[in-house]
Write a protein that binds this ligand. Structure first.
Ligand code: NHO
Length: 363
């Protein structure tokens, strides 16, 4: 009998997408069954695919894609193309596109499974959340998004396990942004004086920690999206990531500048504001950190700056690490804690690849 085949379609080949493709290449070489076949790949401008669904060579695929003259298929056409192949198909969405997120129910409804680090679908309207999971349930397609919170850290799978085994989650809190973690760990370290705020923001962007536009991290929205996802998994019907208090670190004057690059250019003029915040914490012998929390019983979610004693685990984080504490009935007053790198291409792609492995074992 011929080996079972699963087709893979990839949208987005940026920082995370490139790392995913190299992990996929290794995975495809290691695994005989199912045979993994790349049948579609695109960026926002270009695409590679064969109308007869023949395999695309994974070797050097990003350069082949860059040289392609074909445009991406419009989403309805892509659903048609993928569902007509006769093989099981997994769509990997490595973009931060809202349009693609909005089309997940269509893909899932046609039996196409989805793995993605894109937060937009799961932190959009509550209706989209419901449509996604009901489409998946009806068709039997699978949908996983581990990297939408904490990159490759097992945050979502842990929360699901707690809930599914009947534990009662009372509170979730921590540092949910790799960018914010990196910024405050280097701007306001527990020892030494720290760098200049705007220079650290630039560095975080260069290191691939930030969202494509760093303002999406600094305005707190990225953390708010992650908390929306976790709160929903914990059973709260959160309408949107703007339906609870979120503190923005973007100076008012820079809220409406046109591009992320222009924002970075103008940011140094506002360094004094952040210096003041840092000094105020120092006066109390503390450091300032950007945190989020979900109080499940009180149905309260909030995101913003808080001061911490130097000995607190949140103050002592390193690099771009995230720390997430789950307070539950079973774990009592000693929370279950997950800590480690929370941003960057390779660790984010790892979450996507491990989601793909889960899907492969279920379809
Ligand atoms: P890039 O590098 O901008 O790549 C996006 C790609 O998508 C590009 O190739 C672009 O051409 C393509 N694209 C965009 N729109 C498209 C469309 N409509 N059709 C086809 N292609 C399209 O972005 P990244 O960094 O690779 O991020 C990709 C996704 O991963 C985003 O949804 C992002 O939110 C998610 N993600 C990234 C990270 C990370 O570390 N870079 C993390 C999680 C999820 O845990 C990480 C995290 O939360 C980072 C956060 N900033 C933090 O905590 O600081």
């Amino acid at each position: 009998a011929s080996a079972r085949q699963v087709n893979i379609a990839v949208i987005g080949a940026g920082g995370v997408g490139k790392c995913f493709l190299s992990q996929l290449e290794q995975l495809a070489a290691r695994r005989a069954s199912p045979k993994l076949v790349l049948t579609y790949i695109c960026s926002s401008k270009k695409a590679l695919y064969n109308t007869d669904h023949l395999a695309i060579d994974l070797d050097n695929v990003t350069s082949t894609l860059a040289a392609s003259t074909a445009a991406p298929l419009p989403l309805p056409k892509l659903v048609e193309f993928l569902s007509s192949s006769g093989s099981k198909t997994v769509l990997v969405d490595n973009t931060s596109s809202e349009d693609i997120a909005a089309a997940y129910p269509k893909f899932l409804g046609q039996g196409i499974s989805i793995v993605t680090p894109n937060k937009k679908a799961f932190s959009g309207s509550f209706k989209l959340w419901q449509d996604i999971f009901s489409a998946a349930e009806q068709s039997g397609a699978k949908v996983y998004h581990e990297s939408s919170v904490g990159a490759g850290l097992p945050v979502i799978s842990t929360l699901k396990d707690l809930v599914d085994t009947g534990d009662e989650v009372t509170k979730i809190e921590g540092v949910f942004s790799g960018t914010m973690s990196f910024l405050f760990n280097s701007f306001a370290p527990t020892s030494g004086s720290g760098g200049q705020w705007s220079a650290e923001v630039k560095k975080a962007k260069e290191l691939g920690y930030t969202e494509p536009d760093p303002r999406d991290d600094l305005n707190g929205l990225d953390v708010a999206r992650k908390l929306t996802i976790l709160a929903r998994l914990a059973g709260l019907e959160i309408e949107s990531p703007t339906s609870f208090p979120v503190q923005s670190l973007i100076p008012k004057e820079l809220e409406s500048v046109a591009s992320g690059d222009e924002f970075l250019e103008k940011l140094p003029a506002f360094d004094a504001q952040m210096e003041e915040t840092k000094a105020a914490a120092e006066k109390e012998g503390k450091v300032v950190r950007f945190v989020g929390s979900i109080d499940v019983a009180a149905k309260q979610v909030k995101v913003g700056l808080e001061k911490f004693d130097l000995a607190h685990p949140i103050a002592a984080l390193k690099g771009s690490d995230n720390i997430i504490s789950f307070y539950t009935k079973r774990y009592g007053s000693n929370p279950l804690i997950i800590q480690g790198a929370g941003a960057g291409g390779d660790v984010t792609a790892m979450g996507v690849t491990s989601d793909l492995l889960k899907v492969l074992s279920q379809i």
